[in-house]
Structure formats: C-alpha cells, structure tokens
Write a protein that binds this ligand. Structure first.
Ligand SMILES: CC(C)(COP(=O)(O)OP(=O)(O)OC[C@H]1O[C@@H](n2cnc3c(N)ncnc32)[C@H](O)[C@@H]1OP(=O)(O)O)[C@@H](O)C(=O)NCCC(=O)NCCS
Length: 161
C-alpha cells in the first residue's frame, strides 16, 4: 500500500511535473540513486523551458509520487535525464508507462530521437529500454564512479521516435 491505495497500477495516474514538484521527485530520487540529486538541482532541471517530465501519482489527497521521468528537449532530439519507480511499485508496468509518456511528448515536440545513458550493470533498466525498442549507440568507459568500488561503464542508447 502507498497512502492507503492498493499496489495496483490501475490506481496510478501520470501527471506533468514542473518545478513545484521538485521536493517530491528529489525525495524519490534519493531512495533510488546514490548520490541523490538535491531538491534545488531537480527544481532547476524542471524549471528549464525545455524540460518534459512526468510523475506517477497514487492515492487520494494528498497523492504520493511513486515514479518519475525527467527529460529535456534540444532541437530535434530529447534526452532522458533520470527515471525511477518506487521499489514497492516496480515491475508493475510504471517504468514503461513513464517511458512511453515521455517518448510521446518528445515526439509531439517533433523530436526524432530519444537518448539516454545507463550503467552497464543496471540489468532492470537495460531490459526496460531494450523491450521499449532502444538500441545501443556507444559506451563511456568508467563513467559512473562508485565509492569504494570500480567505476562502471555507461551504455548510451537511443530510440527513433
Ligand atoms: C528501471 C526501473 C525504472 C524500471 O521500472 P519498473 O516500473 O519496474 O518497470 P516496468 O514494470 O515497466 O518493467 C517493464 C519491463 O522492463 C523489464 N524489467 C523491469 N525491471 C526488471 C528487472 N528487475 N529485471 C529484469 N527485467 C526488468 C521487464 O522486461 C519488464 O517487463 P515485465 O515485467 O513484463 O517482464 C526501476 O527498476 C527503477 O526505478 N530502478 C531504480 C532506478 C534506476 O535504475 N533507473 C534507471 C536509471 S537509467
């Protein structure tokens, strides 16, 4: 359960996210990523005129953010900056819904390609992107530094829109 709502994706709605949602997205980002992005840095990303972002919201008043995707448009390309789903809500299709939502928004903004980068050891995300039709475009060696561990390569992927 989250905020009294059953763990059922049919109770989840996707909403556009703007700078006023920075605190909620930063909170969930911190649950999922290390190092987390600060609320201020999330706010400035969402405040950017080219920002396209969605939140997956569940429950009554107040609704709770259980997923997010943040992307940015640049000319005829778009880039996903971050995507995440709350652990209790993973594997219920929300990651795919967020991905499809941002891809559609980018397409409507006349972007031709959607890019992203992902750690080479992030099997869940790699499989999500592969199933959504993303193809590999390159590798950035040692891109993700891990405290006390070996750096991990970044895989760059693109989806033709
Ligand atoms: C990656 C992430 C966003 C996926 O979100 P999700 O809501 O669980 O994904 P979905 O339920 O929409 O999964 C869609 C498909 O992706 C693949 N997939 C998702 N999670 C997977 C996992 N743990 N292992 C293998 N495949 C997985 C499956 O093919 C899945 O379809 P299926 O459930 O019918 O088999 C989520 O695991 C997450 O937030 N991870 C932590 C943050 C992160 O790594 N973000 C990506 C950074 S690039």
């Amino acid at each position: 359960m989250t905020n009294g709502a059953p763990l059922d994706p049919k109770y989840v709605s996707l909403l556009w996210a703007g700078p006023e949602q920075a605190a909620e997205i930063a909170r969930l980002h911190a649950e999922l990523f290390s190092p987390p992005w600060s609320e201020d840095s999330v706010r400035s990303l969402l405040d950017h005129p080219a920002s396209t972002a969605f939140m997956a919201m569940v429950g009554g008043a107040p609704k709770v953010c259980v997923g997010f995707v943040m992307a940015q448009l640049a000319a005829d390309e778009a880039e996903i900056l971050s995507i995440g789903v709350s652990p209790a809500w993973q594997r219920k299709g929300l990651g795919r819904r967020l991905l499809d939502g941002v891809a559609r928004a980018a397409q409507r903004a006349e972007a031709k390609k959607l890019f992203l980068e992902v750690a080479a050891d992030n099997d869940a995300a790699l499989e999500l992107y592969r199933r959504a039709g993303f193809l590999g475009t390159g590798l950035r060696r040692g891109y993700y530094e891990r405290p006390g561990a070996q750096a991990v390569d970044a895989v760059t992927l693109a989806l033709r829109l």
